[in-house]
Design a protein around this ligand. Structure first.
Ligand SMILES: [Zn+2]
Length: 373
């Protein structure tokens, strides 16, 4: 699992005096740079490995854990586990233990200019003991390899925490495929239609709206129709060749599974149906939320047998294979998105979404008073 990096707040809080002075002198610069809203004077406690710059009244954390609290309140001292490297299509799991109640927790992957590329919101897994939190962040198949950073922020009342660590994104190669479209499908894909725009907007809204209480599936999801032939994979680079021989390029964000029309389609895991209906491009469509912000998506169904609000178990039938929408033959398009970012569904199905033994067991080790790595 993703357990490369650990950080503990050190017992020696070597920064409080400095941070308090910084805050008194330049509260605006302080809070703006740190992206934490803390107008009161703060004490800053950092992890022993923390690296930061202080110039002209501005503190710039670079790596490590920075915990801010008003004088007199004990600083939050979370333990953060996060990977040091990731690949295109990965679901990055960030694990946080903090004994105190948190008001908010989130994580972001930042590029070298500190722009947010991908993000996730924290939730408490059902299986975890109190004080255990998880944030899931999806990495798109289109991310260039290189150096990025992970930023985790948490807040509890007037206290806040920022954790920063470098993340290397490795290279991954994807397949290329050429798809000729007949006149009807060319029209379907290229014709401007305000309904298409409205449907795209609505789907984007659904896929970027996490529900904090959507704690349904932490185990291993199944690949629907696993025995059937897969005709397109996650991240395939596609060239659509139109009826007039012009072309367009796109990335295929899910898995295409060829199957006879009418084959029952099972839900890949336990979850709540958040969208079930007909769309122009994707035909009869079902979307299920499994964890806050983690969705499975099913396209081109001939028939839908669930309704929004239904809670389904893994394997429950949600519809039937068809070729509604933009499809050249009967197949299921199955896709997983993490807060609007398509991730590799087959990789996700290769093990539990949250591996309690691997993840939370190891957090215990990190809390060892000797702090062994
Ligand atoms: Zn597809």
């Amino acid at each position: 699992m993703d357990l490369g990096m650990r950080s503990r707040t050190g017992r020696r809080a070597f920064l409080p005096a400095l941070a308090a002075i910084i805050t008194w002198l330049a509260p605006a610069a302080f809070s703006a740079t740190l992206l934490v809203t803390n107008p009161e004077p703060a004490v800053c406690v950092t992890s022993e490995d923390a690296v930061f710059e202080y110039t002209w009244g501005t503190l710039r954390p670079q790596t490590g854990l920075f915990s801010f609290s008003p004088p007199g309140l004990p600083a939050l001292a979370p333990v953060v586990h996060a990977p040091r490297s990731a690949g295109p299509g990965d679901l990055v799991r960030v694990l946080v233990t903090e004994d105190e109640e948190l008001d908010s927790l989130s994580a972001q992957i930042l590029d070298s200019r500190q722009h947010v590329m991908f993000q996730g919101v924290g939730f408490r897994p059902e299986s975890a003991s109190p004080g255990h939190w998880v944030v899931l962040v999806g990495i798109s198949s289109e991310i260039p390899k290189g150096e990025y950073s992970l930023r985790v922020t948490a807040q509890a009342g007037a206290r806040s925490v920022m954790f920063l660590s470098p993340v290397s994104v490795v290279e991954r190669l994807f397949r290329f495929e050429r798809i000729p479209l007949n006149t009807d499908l060319t029209t379907l894909r290229t014709e401007k239609d305000p309904r298409k725009t409205a449907e795209a907007k609505e789907m984007a809204r659904v896929l970027t709206t996490p529900h904090a209480d959507a704690i349904f599936e932490e185990g291993t999801i199944l690949v629907p129709l696993a025995g059937a032939r897969r005709t397109s994979g996650y991240g395939d680079r596609r060239k659509y060749v139109y009826a007039d021989n012009s072309a367009d390029y796109s990335v295929h964000e899910g898995l295409d599974i060829a199957s006879p029309a009418g084959t029952p389609v099972p839900a890949c895991g336990r979850g709540k149906v958040v969208l079930a209906g007909s769309r122009i491009m994707t035909g009869n469509t079902v979307i299920i939320e499994h964890l806050p912000g983690l969705f499975s998506i099913y396209f081109h169904l001939s028939e839908i047998t669930v309704r929004p609000g239904d809670v389904v178990a893994e394997g429950d039938i949600i519809g039937k294979v068809g070729m509604t929408g933009l499809a050249t033959g009967p197949h299921l398009h199955w896709e997983i998105q993490a807060l609007g970012v398509p991730i590799d569904p087959v990789a996700l199905a290769s093990g539990p979404i949250l591996d309690r033994d691997a993840d939370f067991g190891d957090i215990g080790t990190a809390k060892d008073p000797k702090g062994g790595e």
